[in-house]
Design a protein. Sequence first.
Length: 274
Amino acid sequence: MNILQVSARLKALARWVKQSVQKNLNSIFVVLGFFLFWEAVVWIFQIPPFILPAPSTALSHLLFPRADANYRWSYHISSTVLAIGLSFIATSTVGILIAIALAWSKRLKEIVLPAFVFINSLPIIAIAPIILLWMGYGVFTNMVIAFLVGFFPVVINTITGLEAVEEDLLDLVRYLNASKLQVFLKIRIPNALPYIFSGLKICSTMSIVGAIVGEFIASDRGLGYIIINAQYSMNTPPIFSSLILISLAGALLFTLVSLLERILMPWTALEAEP
């Protein structure tokens, strides 16, 4: 790839980012309007902070230390971000590799897939204490819990994409004596990219849910730990501060996945243009 091609791709990427911001401008205004409405309701009805704090109160607990609840926000935020990032990368990578293995071997798929369905049907809140008993506290335990929450959509979507290839195309490449590996590399995996990114977008939010559940049960740090700790002391503003940060983390991770999709699948932007 020469300099001109790189420059063209960067310009196309910048144009996509600008169009995305313009397209989601209404959503941004809706979110801002929601927070303003929330602030006004609390102020008009004089709702006590321990029942429903105003957004300004929640943000003030985040930005300014309080004597009654002096949480080390940077420490807890970095711990949660690390757990979310590592769990998402691990879940995405392992989920895609598992899906490729299952699509490669029909026999393996028939054996393993029902076990995955069984595991995914178990409530994570019920098996998390068992995982804690086996592995103890720590980021790795949170990653395992997040993996169990988020891997299934990645596996199912990727398998669907790998198998959603037209039979006429497969007959053609078989006629040309293409090997099974060549079929996967040249046809099945490129065909599965839209399905893979659909699974990754689901995984981006599920990884956050799993990481926070892990911090509820198996951690002494992170935003989930702050929520539980503040709940015990009936200190509601830090809970809402944590929830706002968790929502922002989910939106950011989803946006990063969409950006990666745009880089690896530039033709999708052309198809979306009117």
